[in-house]
Design a protein around this ligand. Sequence first.
Ligand code: PGA
Length: 256
Amino acid sequence: MTEVKRRALIAGNWKLHNTVEASLGLVRELRDRLKNQSHACDVAVAPVFTALHPVAGELRGSDVALGAQDAHWEDEGAFTGEVSAMLLADVGCRFVIVGHSERRELFGEKDADVQRKVQAVLRHGMSPIVCVGETLEEREAGETLPKIKRQVSAGLEGLAPEALARVVVAYEPIWAIGTSKTAEPSDAQEAHAALRDELRDRFSPEAAETVRILYGGSVKPENAAAILQQPDVDGALVGGASLKPDSFMAIIEATR
Ligand code: PGA
């Protein structure tokens, strides 16, 4: 089979940070710096819901794609507090993070919810960034690979192989998120290769080759290059280090 070159994606997950004004300041700086600097990857940012619409206006025509941090699967209806994939597409989102471990662990999100969200995001023409990852306890018990394979299969259940080209997967070991601990590059590669094997088995060898698999969990300028060099690591989902233009730009640079 011919080798597929996957373009790296560096996506910033801003979590619950930044007012509208702070969000606009951050994207203006990123947009302007990226305009003056060639880069070898796609770039996306996922601000809080209240900042999406103004940030979309600021990013129009730029190289930075807009993402959201979650989506509801129904388009509209009596679902107090939810924001649907349809409405995210309406404000110009191109990516939606789905099944982040904070959603799963703190808000009780289940694989079946993740699957419905993935379908809704794809139905509205956007790309889901489907997050999977193990706890420290699971890693120590040798359960990492079975768990993440199970999560990715459940999240992508029912998709046609053609739909896979728009799917992004993020491997985020839970013990590495916001802790300054990162997986060893070789551990990340092992997990990413296992995820790609699972996609190969479930869908097709061709489809599995097209899916970008990002690493997430304390990615910083200091560790980014070693992780991003791994053959099955196609970019990063960056939390803390995406909140400062200097560190986010340095990670973007590390994809070269
Ligand atoms: P972190 O977060 O980079 O702050 O560890 C990553 C994430 O949760 O997506």
